[in-house]
Write a protein that binds this ligand. Sequence first.
Ligand code: C5P
Length: 219
Amino acid sequence: MIITIDGPSGAGKSTVSRALAKILSYPYLDTGALYRAIAYKIKKDKSAVEDASYLSRLAESLNLKLEREGSTPRVILDDIDITDLLRTEEIGLLASRISALPIIREVLLPIQRNFGSLGSIIAEGRDMGSVVFSHADFKFFLTASLSERVRRRCKELRGAGLIPDPETVKKGMILRDRQDSERAVAPLRVPADARVFDSTDLTVDEVVTAMRMALKDPP
Ligand code: C5P
């Protein structure tokens, strides 16, 4: 069984995906973490997104793994666990920039599909239902108002010990929304056969309950 959850940043996809994965005992495929891992590597290598020869070397030698166990599956890059270094706004924005590059999307495609080929999963991202798992059994699209998404992201950053400026977070989110929906390759779209949930006024439990109900009522 493949269940996809797509949507813009800050809509609550990760929290809901984790909760659903735990209830169903399915591994959780966090595809944003894969894009973030590449952004992290580019930053660490002090390379430029425009450097085509660096990117093709990176694509050829990429050593990136996502573990299948746990509610926050570990991201292993070059045999080092970088999971806890990926959730910053800077890495998120860089991930959004590089995710528009076909070479990056191509190199991540087999990693994502292999993950799905080994059994049931909850796959979360921007193009899960539209591209990577277009044959998924269930497709959800989770959204929320911009102000609510900003509020949640600030809360998440505070939880990570940071002191976010809501205006900066809002600007970053608007930029990311635009980059993710306007890119030529695999833009953020509501898949035709997806069930759409607006989580603005819903708790995590309410969204998860609504999704579980939907899962009992196949398309
Ligand atoms: O979901 P998360 O904020 O971790 O994703 C980081 C960035 O990675 C997104 O803004 C998006 O540009 C990109 N991404 C993507 N396709 C996915 C998952 C993430 O383009 N399936």
